[in-house]
Ligand binder design. Structure first.
Ligand SMILES: [Mg+2]
Length: 353
C-alpha cells in the first residue's frame, strides 16, 4: 500500500510552514513602495498637507502642490530652512526633511489659462534624443516600477464607458488639437481645423482619451470650451492630466535633465481587458512623451500660429484616413507611425492597381 492511500482516510496533516524563498523575499522587498511622506506647505497665509512618495522628484512634488493650490509647478518657489530646493530632478527621499519644519512657497495662481504649458526644456532635436536614448529609458527598472505604482494610484476622469472591441486613441491637447500660444478672443479661433469631424469619424473605431500636461481642471475647461465634451456625434472615454505623467532622466541630449512623459502603461494597467500595446495609438507633437512606449506614438505636426495656418492645416483630415485604415489591423505594434504618410500613399497605390 502506498503512503498516499494509507493517509487518505485520516485527517489531513497540517500544512507545512512555507519554505522561505530568498528570491520571493527579494522580490517583495523590491516591490514594496518607497516611503510615503507627509509634508506641510505654507502658502499665502494657509497651510496645506501634501502627500508624496520618496521616489517622487521635486517636480512631481510641485505637481501635487499645484493640485492643492492651483499654482503651476513652473511658478512655484519652494523655501526650506538650510536646504536649496531648486533642482527639479532631485528625489524627495534624498532631501533631509525634518518632521517639524514646513515648506514655504512663493508663487501666484495663473490668471490666463492658455499659457499653462511648462516651458520646453532646452532640447535641440527631439527626434535625435529619442533614437539614441529611448531604449535605455523605457527599459529602466526604476521607471517601470514607478509606472506600475502610478498606475495603481492615478484617478482617471472617466466620462463614458469603454466599448468592447474598440481601439484606443490618446490625444494630446496643446499644439495637437489646439494652438495654445496665439492670442485670441475666443478659444474656438485656436481650435485645430476639422477637430470635430476628426473625432466623429475616429469614434466609429476608437475610444478616445485626452491627455494633457496640465491639471485636470484645465484639461476639462479647455475641452468644454472647444465643445469636445458636449458634441452629440462622439463621446470622450476619459480625461487625463499631469499627475498621470512620470519624470524620467536623459543622459545625453537633455544633458542630465529630467523631462515628463506620458506612459501608456498607466492606461493598459487600468483597462487591461480593453486596451493594450496592440490596439493603442497616441498623437502628440512632442516625441519625448512617447519615450516609455515608442511604438505607439505618432508625432503630429504642431498646430501653431492659428490665424495664419487655420485655412491650410489639413493634418486631422489626413490622420483620420490613417486611423481608419489601420483600424482594420490586428496589431498596431508592428507599424512605423513615423511613416504614416507613406503608408497612406502605398494604400492608395494598392487600391488603384
Ligand atoms: Mg502638445
Amino acid at each position: 500500500m502506498s503512503e498516499a492511500s494509507s493517509s487518505s482516510a485520516a485527517a489531513p496533516p497540517p500544512a507545512p510552514a512555507p519554505a522561505l524563498d530568498p528570491e520571493a523575499i527579494a522580490l517583495m522587498a523590491d516591490e514594496a513602495p518607497p516611503e510615503e511622506m507627509t509634508l506641510v506647505l505654507k502658502w499665502s497665509g494657509k497651510e496645506y498637507t501634501v502627500r508624496a512618495m520618496g521616489d517622487d522628484t521635486l517636480l512631481e512634488l510641485k505637481r501635487r502642490i499645484s493640485e492643492l493650490t492651483d499654482v503651476l509647478p513652473k511658478r512655484q518657489r519652494l523655501l526650506y530652512p538650510k536646504i536649496m530646493l531648486n533642482d527639479d530632478s532631485v528625489l524627495l527621499s534624498s532631501i533631509p526633511f525634518k518632521r517639524n519644519l514646513k515648506i514655504t512657497m512663493i508663487g501666484t495662481v495663473e490668471e490666463e489659462i492658455y499659457v499653462d504649458q511648462p516651458d520646453d526644456p532646452e532640447v535641440v532635436d527631439d527626434h535625435e534624443l529619442f533614437k539614441s536614448e529611448v531604449t535605455a529609458i523605457k527599459d529602466n527598472e526604476v521607471y517601470k516600477k514607478k509606472l506600475k505604482r502610478r498606475a495603481s494610484q492615478y484617478k482617471f476622469k472617466l466620462l463614458n464607458p469603454c466599448r468592447e472591441g474598440k481601439r484606443l486613441l490618446v490625444l494630446d491637447i496643446d499644439y495637437t488639437l489646439f494652438d495654445h500660444k496665439s492670442p485670441a478672443e475666443n478659444p474656438m479661433e485656436l481650435m485645430r481645423p476639422y477637430l470635430h469631424e476628426f473625432l466623429t469619424r475616429a469614434y466609429a473605431e476608437y475610444d478616445i482619451m485626452i491627455w494633457s500636461a496640465t491639471s485636470m481642471k484645465w484639461v476639462q475647461l479647455k475641452m468644454e470650451q472647444l465643445g469636445v465634451l458636449s458634441n452629440p456625434n462622439y463621446k470622450i472615454t476619459a480625461l487625463m492630466d499631469h499627475l498621470a505623467m512620470i519624470t524620467v532622466q536623459s543622459d545625453k541630449y537633455y544633458a542630465n535633465k529630467i523631462f515628463d512623459c506620458k506612459p501608456l502603461g498607466i492606461i493598459w494597467a487600468k483597462f487591461p481587458e480593453f486596451y493594450n500595446e496592440k490596439n493603442t495609438i497616441m498623437f502628440d507633437d512632442l516625441r519625448r512623451n512617447f519615450v516609455m512606449n515608442p511604438q505607439n506614438g505618432l508625432v503630429i505636426r504642431p498646430f501653431n500660429k492659428a490665424s495664419k495656418n487655420r485655412s491650410r492645416d489639413k493634418e486631422l483630415v489626413h490622420l483620420t484616413q490613417y486611423l481608419l485604415a489601420i483600424a482594420e489591423l490586428e496589431d498596431f505594434s508592428k507599424l512605423d507611425h513615423d511613416a504614416w504618410e507613406s503608408f497612406m500613399e502605398n494604400a492608395k497605390r494598392r487600391r488603384h492597381r
